[in-house]
Design a protein around this ligand. Structure first.
Ligand code: B12
Ligand code: SF4
Ligand code: SF4
Length: 221
């Protein structure tokens, strides 16, 4: 195994999904995805003394990111997080587009990247590295409609309390309640996220509750 292959293997060991894209400046962007769950809530943000705190990323992602960066350095390559905990808040790097380019999923009508297993629960992080990781893609995004994960049910668009969504794009980002999220008494953000929570993609429990198939005349009631 080459050192580059070892780095990818390490990334797969630490994170739920990973992939790599080639940037226009020749650097490799390693994209990492981690599932946000009740036990490992990456969506736990807040404000303390006027500072934005990423409680979830700090607790669950930071130790893994540090371990991976140390590993890449030991293999003789550079490794630098993009933004805080690999999360560029300003949107300088579009992590959704990079994840789609790296074939980690495709955009759902709720605008976020859906994965066949993790649905809309992946949160993404990026690391710039000088390692020429195998499989890093130069591909641009094509055929965003053609994929199985989005069920095309439009629950996300219909459920949005402020009608911020149009299929596949956020028409009114300023209105999104996860943008203007209020804080609870301990300073943690109370996000809306209805368009993700109710999304049935990649979610076995919700899939089981899908509209039942109507019974035929011959079936017992
Ligand atoms: C700014 C931002 C927000 C803003 C505005 C989002 C926006 N404009 O869409 C606000 C605060 C509202 C927000 C909310 C949320 N966000 Co946010 N956000 C970001 C951030 C920092 C930048 C995204 C951005 O502005 N992109 C620019 C816009 C223009 O790009 P885009 O959304 O990809 O839009 C493209 C499509 O609309 C496409 N398009 C246009 N028309 C059409 C038509 C068709 C048919 C198709 C197919 C495509 C298409 O073209 C656009 C340009 O490429 C990213 C992190 C990052 N650096 O990438 C996280 C990020 C996108 N957010 C994320 C999440 C999880 C959320 C929330 C659930 C809150 C939360 N729990 O964190 C909500 C979800 C709301 C929603 N339904 O999107 C995740 C998404 C993970 C995933 N699985 O995809 C990211 C990647 C953060 C992360 N580290 O994981 N977010
Ligand atoms: S997070 Fe809430 S307000 Fe924002 S787009 Fe989704 S459903 Fe709408
Ligand atoms: S709620 Fe339905 S339409 Fe919206 S992203 Fe999820 S599966 Fe696709």
């Amino acid at each position: 195994m080459t050192n580059e292959e070892k780095i990818l293997a390490k990334a797969r060991e630490l994170f739920d999904v990973c992939g790599a894209t080639l940037q226009s400046d020749g650097q490799t962007l390693l994209i990492l995805g981690m599932e946000s769950t009740t036990e490992q809530n990456l969506d736990d943000f807040g404000v303390r003394s006027g500072h934005f705190i990423m409680y979830g990323f700090r607790a669950y992602a930071a130790p893994k990111l540090e371990a991976l960066i140390n590993y890449i350095h030991k293999k003789g390559f550079s490794a630098q997080l993009v933004g805080r905990y690999g999360y560029p808040l300003e949107g300088k790097i579009n992590l959704k587009n990079e994840a789609i380019r790296a074939k980690l999923g495709k955009r759902g009508k709720n605008t976020v990247v859906l994965h066949p297993k993790y649905g809309s629960r992946l949160r993404f992080m990026g690391i710039y590295t000088s390692a020429s990781l195998p499989g890093r893609t130069t591909a641009q995004i094509v055929g965003e409609y053609e994929f199985a994960a989005c069920r095309n049910c439009s629950i996300c668009v219909d459920i949005c309390p402020v009608k911020a969504l149009e299929p596949f794009r956020m028409a009114k980002p300023d209105q999104c309640l996860s943008n203007l999220s209020p804080q609870n008494a301990s300073g943690h953000s109370v996000l809306c996220d209805k368009c993700l929570k109710e999304c049935p993609a990649g979610n076995k429990a919700r899939r089981a509750r899908k509209t039942p198939v109507p019974k035929t005349k011959n079936q017992k009631k």
